[in-house]
Design a protein around this ligand. Structure first.
Ligand code: PLP
Length: 367
């Protein structure tokens, strides 16, 4: 038996027939941009996330950029982000002309709240908290720091669709706005690229809705120098359909994560992921720390288990940031995590036999 890192076809197959009919309808009506499916999905996603507004866009990177632009963050400004994240968190900051300022990740893999205050300067305009691997960052503390310093708290929610904490707070509740990606492999993924911003702030929502269509509300009248970042209508249909199953998908991820935790927690050769007591994790990724990572990956592959790494290089050490003043800074956790992290297969409709095979294989490699 071969266990893939992910197999999206299992959740997509039952949707294909109806989706083709919708695709045909869109083509026949020639309704190719911002049509009824987009309006419906934005309504559905706002409701799901418990936020007043949801504005869709072309991808998650644009969603972060739209938030930054709507807050007038630009050249000469600094935005604090964690260095163990997908590079897009930093790229969005760089694209608006601001400078990402990197901080370390804590033992939960989330932004280290203790190192932020030292990084705040007169130029700092925002903190982007990344809800990495599927759990909410320490948003209560971060929102306090942001308030005390009159800067914005933004959430990069690309990996945390449906995450909550046990105080009844959802993604988006502590921040001015949250940015989502609907890249196919995300907990809620489109059949192509996609993204959205959610917010409770009406002014911001209206501005973002304009920024994504050339800064315009009325055709050929442009209030802002926006850009073109629209979710494709067919993706709106797919996302609304899949959103109905998202809680179920997340529950399945959680069941698999619990089995992995149980199997590995006592193993002295691995470190299992920790969840903040208050968090409801949605397990976008299940990440272990191991020694001799490359050897472990090869042995797992030979035994028929595909794994991955999130992420092998912290953002500040990427060549894209070689001119950055922090390029050679040592971050105790992020640097060592980048050498030890390994992600195991976790996806909806993964078979029990596949989960057992992953556990058996990893146990024999790691003992
Ligand atoms: C943490 C994080 N931020 C941002 C993004 C960017 O999203 P997208 O690929 O849709 O632009 C991703 C996903 O790829 C991500 O994982």
């Amino acid at each position: 038996m071969y266990v893939p890192f992910n197999d999206l076809s299992r959740i997509h197959k039952p949707l294909v027939k109806d989706a083709f009919k919708v695709f045909e309808k869109i083509v026949n009506n020639s309704q190719f941009v911002l049509n009824e499916y987009i309006r419906q999905f934005e309504y559905d996603f706002a409701k799901f996330t418990g936020q007043k507004y949801s504005i869709s866009c072309a991808n998650g990177t644009d969603a972060i950029e739209l938030i930054l632009r709507s807050l007038n963050i630009t050249h000469g400004h600094e935005v604090i982000i964690p260095t163990n994240s997908f590079v897009a968190t930093a790229i969005a900051v760089s694209r608006v002309g601001a400078t990402p300022i990197f901080v370390d990740n804590d033992e939960y893999y989330l932004m280290d709240t203790k190192s932020i205050k030292k990084k705040i300067t007169k130029k700092t305009k925002a903190i982007i908290a990344v809800n990495l691997y599927g759990q909410m960052a320490n948003l209560k503390i971060l929102s306090k720091i942001a308030k005390e310093n009159s800067i914005y708290l933004i959430e990069d929610a690309a990996q945390s669709h449906g995450a909550k904490n046990k105080n009844g707070k959802n993604v988006g509740d502590y921040s001015i706005a949250a940015a989502y990606s609907f890249y196919p492999g995300k907990n809620l993924g489109a059949w192509g690229d996609g993204g959205a911003v959610t917010t409770n702030n009406k002014v911001l929502a209206e501005k973002i809705a304009m920024l994504r269509v050339y800064g315009s509300k009325t055709k050929y009248e442009h209030k802002y120098q926006g850009f073109n970042s629209r979710l494709q209508p067919f993706q709106g249909y797919v996302l609304s359909k899949k959103l109905k199953e998202l809680d179920n998908y997340n529950e399945q991820r959680s069941t698999i994560a619990n089995k992995y935790n149980e199997a590995f927690v006592e193993n002295k050769n691995v470190i299992t992921p920790k969840t903040y007591e208050n968090n409801k994790h949605v397990w976008h990724l299940y990440v272990l720390r191991v020694k001799n990572r490359n050897k472990v990956i090869d042995l797992a592959k030979d035994a028929g288990v595909e794994t991955s790494i999130h992420y092998p290089i912290p953002i500040h050490r990427q060549k894209a940031y070689k001119q950055h003043s922090q390029h050679k800074t040592s971050f105790q956790n992020a640097d060592s995590y980048s050498r030890n992290l390994i992600s195991l297969p976790i996806f909806p409709n993964m078979k029990n036999s596949e989960v057992s095979k992953v556990i058996k294989t990893m146990t024999s490699i790691l003992n």
